[in-house]
Design a binder for this molecule. Sequence first.
Ligand code: NAD
Length: 330
Amino acid sequence: MTRAVVTGAAGFIGSHLCAHLLASGDSVLGIDSLTDYYDPALKERNLRDLIPHPSFAFRRGDLLEAALEPLLDGADVVYHLAGQPGVRPSWGKDFELYARRNVLASQRLLEAMRDRPLRKFVYASSSSVYGDAPVIPTGESVCPRPLTPYGVTKLSAEHLCEVYRMSFGLPAVSLRLFSVYGPRQRPDMALARLIEAALTGGPFPLHGNGEQVRDFTYVRDVVTAMRDAACSSFTGVANLGGDAPVSMKHAIAAVERLVGPVNLDPRPGSRGEARHTAADIALAARAFGYRPRTELDDGLAAMADQTVIDLARRPESGSTGPRAMWRGIT
Ligand code: NAD
């Protein structure tokens, strides 16, 4: 049985990864400090189905302070997803949080793993390291030029992984994730806000003209690839994209077809927002058999199902709106 440690286990992707690892027969120790970046009740929800599993253990702890050695003892694979996400808030005074949670916390973890006989260290990097890439779809050989402070911190942590790989032989893989979506997506992310707006009739703030293109990648495809990468002999950096990039306008139309009309609230474009992201996934396909399997419409439908359940559970919700009956879930 593979013993896995997952940092950021209570988060959106981390909780899906834990479920996938457990279903694959691994034992999992999840670590998370439960930051207040978004409603902590959502993190409790993310952990709810994991906690009763006999092969799952959870420790609340901050990678910046916790004694990491005992947590890492006996680990075969470490998946490092803990971090401070969100592109827009990374400007200004909150940058310190990004530097601490994405760079310093990663360095502390890497240092604690230096001389351990680890099979693999998998880091959740980001497409934001590319910025506005000059080549579309973008391969790993394109020089990263992040456009936001968030992207800078993700690239710094990726470089740290490479430094520990080259200097200490740490078998590190950095996977550059492109706009991950699916049930329980972080509430600050565009598709989560879009689906909630369609279900509740509330406004959806659309930044820019909607022509920006994103390579939306379904969360189940991402966590499957993370484990496949851990089981392979591959080390280094690889993209994980969805292979069918679409504009925000296209995504809005898809949600409207699925759920209902969206009340758009046009806003100016955001500073540092890339115009077009699209992953070249040939390397991941070759190295560990990556193939995104989920079509956008199917992924959005699964997300909408979960959002209906979440809206009905919210204390302020009467769950009686006409769209709360969508697909028969009340
Ligand atoms: P999330 O905020 O839902 O999950 C991150 C988790 O990390 C949170 O539960 C938080 O409490 C925890 N955390 C933060 N700092 C910590 C620390 N110092 N010690 C312990 N726990 C800490 O975010 P997510 O969307 O699930 O993203 C997971 C990872 O994937 C992040 O590193 C993010 O940068 C990366 N990523 C996400 C996307 C995406 O589309 N969601 C895209 C590219 C990269």
